[in-house]
Design a protein around this ligand. Structure first.
Ligand SMILES: [Mg+2]
Length: 259
């Protein structure tokens, strides 16, 4: 093994390798698009109500688990909740707006700049790679396939396929078992402080927080990452790469049109 790299790295998918961007920006676009149908209420007021409702929605671990396993329904529930808070009685419009958000959110998904090339280099250096992603089986598997990520990983764990997700320690243990590595030989990289830092740290895994949104660590954060990066390309910085011959060729995925 080349010095500087661990034997294995466990990667998160969404907002670590694939970039969704700001959900608020996407909701703002949807509220603007449907402004005339909303009526007298300002689009920004609707946006604020959706933001308030979705923050409440995702704040509860069990509600979060149910929601991420059926994102389309969760988003419909969020807009309906926001409409209720505004005394806005238009259930059909709530569904339309939620579904418009789902379409736009998925259509805008793409790998972060340099992310695929970084995976490629890590593999060329002999680092064993696993992907651990929460969410429903089919949508998460589709994302991996559409962006041609399958071949970069020795092990892919999707919550909806595996039966449980992060932060259950079973997923990290299973990944390390598949890669035949111990925690002290392993890094975890991801944007969720609970799932990709706190839980793996409890197992002795070196945990790297991905701050792609550049928000910085919350001031009152009880979770302290072992390292903070703004892009996974930083994993290669300061390390002399060897064996760069014969790197697998990657063709950028074309965003699939969704109808
Ligand atoms: Mg993530």
């Amino acid at each position: 093994m080349n010095s500087g790299f661990p034997k294995a790295i466990l990667f998160d998918l969404d907002d670590t390798i694939l970039c969704y961007g700001s959900p608020t920006a996407c909701w703002r676009g949807v509220c603007g698009t449907y402004a005339t149908q909303i009526g007298d209420i300002e689009p920004d007021t609707v946006l604020e109500a959706i933001d308030t409702y979705r923050r409440w929605y995702w704040s509860d671990p069990e509600r979060h688990r149910r929601g991420r396993l059926n994102l389309m329904m969760a988003r419909r529930e969020m807009v309906a909740g926001a409409f209720a808070a505004l005394n806005l009685d238009n259930p059909d419009l709530a569904v339309t707006m939620a579904d418009a958000f789902s379409l736009q959110r998925e259509a805008g998904l793409k790998p972060f700049e340099g992310a695929v090339e970084t995976l490629c280099q890590l593999r060329a250096q002999g680092v064993r790679l696993a992907l651990i992603t929460n969410g429903a089986a089919q949508p998460q598997r589709d994302k991996v396939t559409q962006h041609k990520l399958t071949d970069y990983f020795d092990c892919i764990i999707i919550e909806g396929e595996f039966g449980c997700g992060k932060p259950d320690e079973k997923v990290y243990l299973h990944a390390m078992e598949q890669l035949q590595v111990a925690p002290h030989e392993t890094w975890m990289v991801g944007d969720n402080l609970e799932w990709e830092v706190e839980a793996p740290q409890r197992l002795g895994i070196f945990s790297i927080w991905m701050d792609a949104m550049r928000t910085g660590l919350p001031k009152d954060s009880a979770v302290q990452p072992d390292r903070i990066i703004l892009s996974i390309t930083e994993l290669l910085e300061g390390i002399e790469l060897t064996n760069t011959q014969g790197l697998p060729q990657h063709k950028p995925a074309v965003a699939a049109a969704r109808v």
